[in-house]
Ligand binder design. Structure first.
Ligand code: FE
Length: 363
């Protein structure tokens, strides 16, 4: 149950449940939830909390919430779910929602949440200083927490990086039977295709999807990391993959994964043309947040130099705060040219992207 726990050291009388109207049963319970402790609420006695609906869950996130609680005393409750499901849930719950913050990993979805009227501006000078304008909504209804590049990774043994150039080139005959990618149900792929619709038009995007499918080494399966593993297993030579998974592989506790990470190279495509595809993960304060100040504080914390340094050093994403210290691996990749498109367009073209995916048989 996602609920506000009441601190009540010596109190008796009023049942806490009176304060919890509207909270739904949920597995993401906190310690003490469901107990029958009788409490008398008072303004000072209410524990400070922030409740998150999150479609972003990496190990680093839990570490960050813990640190935030240690520093501020504000407890963080998280309900994980798929972005669409969480959006539907917030729509259904309306004003009674317990969500204070919505977190997800796609610019299109962040904008969908805004368009659905589920978010509100987070007004904060600290946020404005931490995050450059282009990485947040013009009204701060969502704020970027990290960016991620979807690149071509390749077998260091079998592919010379000089042979690589663009996403488009992966559809040329030279790569027949060599290309790996996860299934099209992944938003990472849908947004990649959306970016091509935005940059090159529907026709070219469809051509690309068709060409990609024709060059696949196997029917798409698994996640991004599985594509890297398939390269090392010799199933294919190149794969589309988000760069942070390369960092997670190289720094894994599993020696097999370390080997996979070290056997693949990272190539930033389209440097002479439209740039490498980059997406964003971000957070927005919900329209009906009951703990707005705490939600804003958490965004300030997550975009601060220390948290951003943790995000990039633990999860290998690119920080949104330029003051964050990059890990050596990311430094070794150098700078690269990114697609110059509005993140919102990823959502705008999503339906078309799915239509193209289905039409071209991308499983
Ligand atoms: Fe991911």
């Amino acid at each position: 149950m996602l609920k506000r726990k009441i601190f009540a050291p010596l109190l008796t009388g009023v049942i806490a449940a009176g304060l919890l109207a509207g909270c739904g049963a949920d597995k993401a319970s906190e310690a003490g939830a469901g107990n029958t402790e009788k409490t008398k609420p008072s303004a000072q006695a209410v524990e400070q909390v922030v409740n998150i609906y999150s479609a972003r869950s990496y190990d680093v996130d839990a570490l960050l919430y813990k640190k935030f609680t240690e520093e501020t005393g504000i407890k963080v409750n998280v309900i994980d779910g798929k972005a669409e499901e969480l959006i539907e849930r917030m729509k259904r719950e309306g004003e009674s929602t317990q969500a204070d913050l919505f977190l997800t990993v796609d610019g299109g979805v962040l904008n969908n949440a805004k368009q659905a009227g589920l978010l509100q501006p987070a007004t904060s000078e600290t946020i404005d200083q931490n995050v450059p304008k282009e990485l947040r909504d013009p009204e701060n209804q969502w704020i970027g927490l990290s960016t991620r590049a979807r690149v071509i990774v390749y077998s260091k043994d079998r592919v010379k990086p000089e042979r690589l150039s663009t996403y488009e080139d992966l559809t040329s005959p030279a790569w027949k039977g060599k290309v790996l990618v996860r299934p099209s149900s992944s938003l990472y792929n849908q947004s990649l295709l959306s970016s091509f619709i935005e940059l090159n038009g529907e026709e070219k995007a469809e051509e690309w999807s068709k060409g990609l499918v024709a060059n696949l080494a196997r029917t798409p399966e698994g996640n991004d990391r599985d594509q890297a593993k398939a390269i090392v297993a010799g199933v294919g030579d190149v794969a589309l993959m988000n760069t942070y998974y390369v960092g997670l592989l190289i720094n894994s506790d599993d020696p097999e994964e370390v080997k996979v990470g070290q056997s693949i190279g990272v190539f930033f495509p389209n440097q002479e043309t439209t740039g490498t595809h980059v997406n964003i993960s971000g957070a927005g304060v919900t329209k009906y947040s009951k703990n707005k100040d705490n939600a804003v504080k958490l965004i300030e914390f997550l975009t601060g130099t220390e948290a951003q340094t943790m995000v990039t050093n633990e999860n290998y994403e690119f920080p949104v705060n330029a003051k964050a210290e990059l890990p050596e691996l990311l430094k070794s990749w150098g700078t690269f040219k990114t697609q110059q498109i509005d993140f919102n367009t990823l959502g705008v073209h999503n339906a078309k992207a799915i239509e193209i995916i289905n039409k071209t048989g991308w499983k």
